[in-house]
Design a protein around this ligand. Structure first.
Ligand SMILES: Nc1ncnc2c1ncn2[C@@H]1O[C@H](COP(=O)(O)OP(=O)(O)OP(=O)(O)O)[C@@H](O)[C@H]1O
Ligand SMILES: [Mg+2]
Length: 303
């Protein structure tokens, strides 16, 4: 487990755009899709920074990672996460209700939420639709509800997944345009496959056509500074300058794991008295070309 460099400011800015959008950000209520390359810290940012920031601002957040279990169907994973939250909301001692109570000075019903449908069958045939269930959540919780789906492109690989996205779109369109709605339903999707993720908002036949699609803001010099400071605090000698280290980090695709590997190699390979600012770029260049090699091999030989 790496120690996390928190991106509180970025998370708060996104939270503001999502929960209290200005005129130009109102489009985010139609859905926000964030795409970024593999291993650049998307999931870490969502879990360590964005979810806490959204909750801190009073929203109810449901997070689901469609890669968390590749044996289980994406639609099942999303329904499961929603049902779990609904079940927790019914229990007054549940963590979700406690959190909401704390934020809202205990004005919520102490007895937990009462739903006019069976939680176990939400989204299934004969049960309440996702739209009906999520509308009740917003109306009883009287707050914004944010659903974050990590690796969202996985949903469009099957018909059932597409149906699920359509059901979520129906929830959005049922909840948000109501005058005086006590909260909004906000969908955030992230993924590593840029083309597929942007297809989700760009293609007319997709459920979330017209929603906003942005590139994931990669880690940069602030992260590298934090890393160098931690190494310095550990007593590491011969560290590269911030400038050279940041260039190396960018060369490595802004991937923390690759950067740590490069710094480990620097420590073990550089002769005493060597100049880290000269060695690090060479190491980063070699690592990058090895990675490119592996990438090509995977590209050509993946069945
Ligand atoms: N803010 C951060 N501070 C420190 N380390 C980080 C940070 N963000 C990511 N990392 C490290 O980088 C690696 C990749 O992070 P993460 O799994 O969040 O990326 P991802 O983009 O979601 O990857 P994937 O494409 O596999 O889903 C992990 O080892 C993680 O600990
Ligand atoms: Mg991830």
């Amino acid at each position: 487990m790496h120690t996390i460099f928190h991106r509180t400011k970025l998370a708060q800015e996104m939270t503001r755009q999502l929960l209290q959008p200005g005129v130009l950000d109102e489009g985010l209520r139609s859905g926000l899709f964030i795409s970024g390359l593999r291993r650049t810290g998307k999931t870490t940012f969502l879990q360590a920074d964005l979810v806490p920031a959204l909750e801190g601002a009073g929203a109810l957040v449901i997070y689901v990672d469609l890669w968390s279990n590749t044996q289980t169907h994406p639609a099942t994973l999303v329904r499961g996460a929603i049902r779990r939250t609904l079940a927790e909301l019914q229990s007054p001692a549940g963590a979700v209700v406690q959190k909401l109570q704390k934020l809202r000075n205990a004005e919520l019903a102490v007895a937990g939420f009462k739903f006019g449908f069976k939680v176990e069958s939400v989204g299934a045939e004969g049960g309440a639709t996702l739209a009906e269930a999520l509308t009740e959540v917003v109306d009883q919780a009287k707050c914004d509800l944010v659903l974050i789906v990590d690796e969202v492109q996985q949903a469009i690989t099957s018909e059932e997944g597409k149906q699920m996205l359509l059901a979520l779109k129906a929830a959005r369109d049922g909840i948000n345009p109501r005058p005086g709605t006590p909260g909004h339903f906000i969908f955030v999707g992230t993924g590593s496959h840029r083309a597929l993720v942007s297809e989700l908002t760009a293609r007319r036949n997709q459920a979330f056509a017209g929603a906003t699609s942005i590139p994931y803001p990669v880690l940069d010099a602030d992260y590298v500074r934090y890393l160098l400071e931690r190494l310095r605090a550990e007593g590491a000698a011969a560290l590269p300058s911030l400038e050279v280290a940041t260039q190396a980090f960018r060369m490595l695709g802004a991937r923390p794991e690759e950067m740590l590997r490069a710094l480990r190699e620097l420590r073990s390979l550089m002769p005493p008295g060597g100049d880290p600012d000269q060695f690090l770029p060479v190491i980063a260049g070699t690592l990058r070309s090895t990675a490119a090699d592996v990438g090509l091999r995977n590209h050509f030989f993946t069945p």
